[in-house]
Design a protein. Sequence first.
Length: 254
Amino acid sequence: MASKKIGITGHNGFLGNFIKKIIKYKSKDFQIVDFKRIFFQDQFAMSSFVNNCDVIIHLAGLNRHNKQEEISKTNIQLAKILSKSLVSNNFKGTLIYSSSVQIYTDSHYGKSKMKAGKIFSDAATDAQFSFFNLVLPNIFGPFGKPNYNSFISTFSDEIIHGKAPKIINDERVPLLYVESAANHILNHTDKVGVHTIDIPQETEKKVSEVLDQLKNFYNIYIQRGNFPMLENNFDIQLFNTFRSALDHSKYFPK
């Protein structure tokens, strides 16, 4: 059976990189169609991209910015550009959108993700292509960008570089490992319909609990040179995230 052609906007980002790695090393079902950010400014390039895809995963967007209004503007604008191209090119494949539990908050980011999902859902209903609006918990994992992708990446980076992490709100946070998030997305590539789906969390932790565990990793692994006890999947995932923040040219991983 011929492989599906899959395009990923935002493929160089945290989640996009993991999806590409899974496709490259674990799956023969997909052929990746190249995407460049400039396509959002070139309707002919965007049309060519859309027409070459059986499946499109939309990850491109803005998580954080000094100006909150810029987050809303960017995420909604990208959704409008992509949806317009999908409709005008009579796309009949599957669009998968990486949304966030932040849609249930009053933040600019959450509101923009909610609005973008509605734009895509309306386009899918009108043009009759399949659309999955996947509402994901807070994603964490190795090689996340500090101060952008996850508070866990931020804390890991700060601890390793001798800084004192600050907890702004010690709330319970629903968490999903990045590889699991990538697999949830790929598992919807062969499904049909127009649906919004809440992807379940794998665990829920207080911010302070995570910080204490990261500090423990630092004390045992960095200062004492021992391997910490990892009792469950979350421990392993958190430790892998912590280790990825190390400068391996200066500290070879044990």
